[in-house]
Design a binder for this molecule. Structure first.
Ligand SMILES: NC(=O)c1ccc[n+]([C@@H]2O[C@H](COP(=O)([O-])OP(=O)(O)OC[C@H]3O[C@@H](n4cnc5c(N)ncnc54)[C@H](OP(=O)(O)O)[C@@H]3O)[C@@H](O)[C@H]2O)c1
Length: 261
């Protein structure tokens, strides 16, 4: 049987990188996209060693329509048929309440998390229709189901991703194209480092005293959703750490008391 082909956005770290490793182990052809091409190039070697059929590392900025278009064109030039598109690239910046928020940050969040997904879907769907197959996976979030103070723009962007997945299921009903959303709670990645603009200490505090999901936990859900028979569509998987019951309710071990010196 011919190896299947998957395109993954935001594959240079965290969840996207783990998804790439998981599909590599299953012998897929991989098309990776992100802005940090050096990280993708380094990952390429690892993925080939894990068993990928082939790996293409191509620069992609989901905020640019031209970049999305050339990434999609390059992907379909390399493989006439593509099985899966994983819309994973995303970010959050800051955690200010709305009244103190930065319009520039909101623009980046929406341009990446919402318009980025729209751009990718716009380019891939006509090809998926022509080839009479295709699976679109959104990496949503628990923040697309629940809100928290300081999370306004990010939650609004992930509620939008959920709305897009639901809309696509309606628009693509009657075709073999499937749309799934994988919506995790806390996952330890570079996500909080990006949110706090490189402040590692602040980012680490987010996960302190609890066991968050690993990027591999999320990748397993993506692999499950995309390995069902053609007549089965996994609409949504919400996957949370056992220590997290909601965006607000987490079970944290108390901080270690300072040792007597
Ligand atoms: N970590 C969590 O707790 C969590 C929970 C729920 C959902 N999520 C979602 O999971 C997805 C992946 O996040 P992560 O946790 O793995 O964070 P991460 O480690 O910071 O990875 C984010 C990825 O997105 C890429 N990216 C950002 N802006 C991009 C752009 N303009 N064009 C192309 N790629 C871009 C980054 O690559 P470059 O910087 O190289 O471009 C990177 O590969 C996001 O959609 C996030 O919202 C995360």
């Amino acid at each position: 049987m011919n190896a299947r082909v998957v395109c993954i956005t935001g594959a240079s770290s965290g969840i996207g990188e783990a998804i790439a490793r998981t599909y590599a182990q299953q012998g897929f052809h991989l098309i990776l996209g992100a802005r940090r091409i050096a990280k993708l190039d380094a990952l390429k070697v690892v993925l080939m060693n894990l068993g990928a059929a082939s790996v293409e590392a191509l620069e992609l900025d989901v905020r640019s329509h031209e970049s999305v278009k050339s990434w999609q064109t390059a992907a379909f030039k390399r493989h006439p048929k593509i099985d899966i598109l994983v819309n994973n690239a995303g970010l959050v910046l800051g955690n200010d309440p709305v009244e103190k928020g930065s319009v520039e940050d909101w623009t980046t969040i929406f341009d990446t998390n919402v318009l980025g997904v729209l751009r990718l879907c716009r380019e891939f769907i006509p090809c998926f229709r022509r080839q009479s197959k295709g699976h679109i996976v959104m990496i949503g979030s628990i923040s697309g189901h629940q809100v928290y103070e300081g999370g306004g723009p990010y939650c609004a962007s992930k509620f939008s991703v959920k709305a897009l997945a639901q809309t696509l299921r309606l628009e693509l009903n009657g075709t073999p194209i499937r749309v799934s959303s994988i919506d995790p709670g806390m996952v330890e990645t570079e996500f909080s480092i990006v949110r706090f603009r490189g402040d590692q200490e602040r980012a680490q505090k987010v996960y302190q005293g609890l066991t968050p999901l690993s990027p591999d936990d999320v990748a397993e859900c993506v692999a499950f959703a995309t390995s069902r028979p053609a007549h089965v569509n996994i609409d949504d998987i919400i996957v949370m750490p056992t220590d997290q019951a909601s965006v607000y309710k987490v079970n944290r071990l108390p901080e270690e008391p300072a040792p007597f010196l």
